[in-house]
Write a protein that binds this ligand. Sequence first.
Ligand code: CMC
Length: 437
Amino acid sequence: MNENEDSVELRYKDHVKQLKIIQGTDGNKAVDISNLKQETGFITYDPGYQNTSAYKSGISFVDGEKGILRYRGIPIEELATKSTFVETAYLLIYGNLPEKKELHTFSRHLNEYSLLHEDMVHFFHNIPQHAHPMATLSMMVNGLSIFYKDAFDLEGEFTGKEPLDITIARLISIIRTIAAFSYKKYKGEPFVYPRPDLKYCANFLNMMFSNPVNPYEIADEDVKLLNILLTVHADHEQNCSTSTVKLVGSSRVNLYASICSGICALWGPLHGGANQKVIEMLYNIKRDNLTIKDVLEKAKRKSEPYRLMGVGHRVYKTFDPRAKILKDICATRLTNDRRLDPYFEIALELEHSILKDDYFIERNLYPNVDFYSGLLYRSLGIPTNMFTVMFAIGRIPGWIAQWKEMRDSTSKIGRPRQVYVGNNLDHYVPLDLRGQK
Ligand code: CMC
């Protein structure tokens, strides 16, 4: 391919095809192959979409070589330390930091629409106590389509009966209520309803940890930490779950169903489910008295499916800026006597060894956001099987923003191609003649 200013040439046999270059921000560029099939007969092959962008997007910017993440142009480090989750959610969804009045209205909506329909509360009575909270969450979020159908008509289009802003606020707010209720169900304690006098993160902690005989004191530092954790998870451009939300949403199904599909995609251990697996990995190392050397060797052996959880990333090839933010917090929070966590020591030792090991160096494998997030959720008292639910609460604004951006543009239904490698033309053989060929 020869690159000139605004196109590249694709040569095959005696044909030359000009392919347009699309210029993005900050040096991003792409070759437009959308008409390749019609004009040349070729499709492209890209397993795992490693090099394919299906969308133009102005929400998150990731530079995997430099370890940069920005939401709407603002570095994640600034948002994590100076903003709140609610303000960041507004930024992602509406494209700008909110003015005072806008933030006030948004927060008011989050309060007004935080209650789960009482008939849905009854759902919890029939869920087995030890159900995985991600199964409960996805089921409940899809269930919102049953109870809040004024948000869309049967084809999934917004009817205007309920403004989209209300549906968005309800989703951000109610996911927190569902998550806290599923924990209460697991504990066998009465549900604690959202309180209008509390802000988003404080409200969640109160719903999780207060009960009638043990009032819970909400510590400012815990609220601050939860804001940071949710903010660093709030968006991450076209990852597996976000792409799922968009692929499903591109069929014009309603927002709740689209987000439910994202929750399911997030659950997998290669994606958001890794945060639970990291703690299980650290637990196993401690319980079985494994050496770090042995663990690394096991992760390198191709004969075993074992991987180091919370390590590696499709895009980040030097470091994950989210992991850096969380590691720094661990270093102050988890080393004081009150919260000393032996797993943090093991995690540090593991990271130290990874960074010196040729296998991980050659493959650019570094700790990712999930490596340290679980340790911090633990320090808030959140149980291990809820870590991925916490990721989902954080990612909700990103999913909504990406879904909304797609729906506001002239997007097409998502429909990848395939390279067919199956049988050539064959013919039906009646059952009694089979095996006689
Ligand atoms: N432990 C050991 N080897 C690994 C690991 C790991 N965690 N991750 C990748 N590799 C090896 C892999 O075996 C392959 O080696 P080789 O070239 O010899 O075949 C090479 O590195 C490239 O791996 P890949 O699977 O082709 O890379 P990918 O971009 O398709 O996968 C990943 C990225 C995140 C799924 C993968 O690194 C992984 O499985 N990590 C562990 C799970 C995890 O922490 N997931 C959370 C990701 S960050 C949060 C989020 O956004 O979801």
